[in-house]
Design a binder for this molecule. Sequence first.
Ligand code: CIR
Length: 305
Amino acid sequence: MSTQPIELAAPLAPLAASRPTYLMCPPRLYDVNYVINPWMAGNVHSSSRERAAQQWHRLYEALTEVADVELVEPQPGSPDMVFTANAGLEHHGIVALSSFFHAERQAEEQHFRHWFQDAGYTILDIPRETPFEGEGDALFSTDGTRLWAGHGPRTTAASHHYLSKIWNVEVVPLHLIDPRFYHLDTCFAPLENNYAMYYPQAFDASSLATIEAFYPPSKRIIINEPDATRFACNVINIDRTIILNDISRELTDQLEDHCFHVVPVSLSEFLKAGGAAKCLVMRLSAAKVGTATSSSGRHSQAPLQ
Ligand SMILES: NC(=O)NCCC[C@H](N)C(=O)O
């Protein structure tokens, strides 16, 4: 019998899982200055900048656990710039820049344009006559086979054909009919492992049938009105992690039963403007970022406010 100590094989270094990258905008200039959705009504100047900063930082910290974050500087006169999901839609290094429906947000377009230019993206414009509000209304299915595209309150159905031309992808229109859920990302979320969360009443009958034809019953996570109005569908989903505003215990349990790891971050100050976790971030192709020469950059620490 050998007396040689058994040599244990050195453990394999874990494969570096590629971390996704997101764009965020610090809330230094965030406020509710006007009313362009039902959540803002009665909330003009009612948000606390200090609380908003704390909540945004918690979101930033939760996100940087699982992703890299780039920052764009907030700009005077654009208090909604914190909702970077609405800057545009980026895929394969190309950005379809948003063409905002409301004049109140149109000044943001030039600021985001500069950031994407400096970061080396190819920018394609969507005409002013056919408003398009970026990732707020355009979400790829997690298998990448289709682009779900909302229309109605903000984005026009006529803008969708630009998206299918840019990426040669099937664009599936979903008609939003409840003014509280004015962007697709407020009422619908494709999730990993081909699940989807959605608030059915936000859609017309044929759009709902389209969603249900794609997701079999076992893959549907149906959100009730109390959770929908907590922006439960407005999630950042990275692998099994789901970052979102506070939701009910029942929904948390349901998500955990489907093996998701739920990370709640209270975002009450941003709900006053009609946005939550997913609205505060925009997904980017990692390949392009890090080349920016503007005030943005890759940050591993929470930035100063
Ligand atoms: N749903 C989103 O993607 N973004 C939230 C945008 C809030 C902003 N106050 C707006 O009404 O456009």
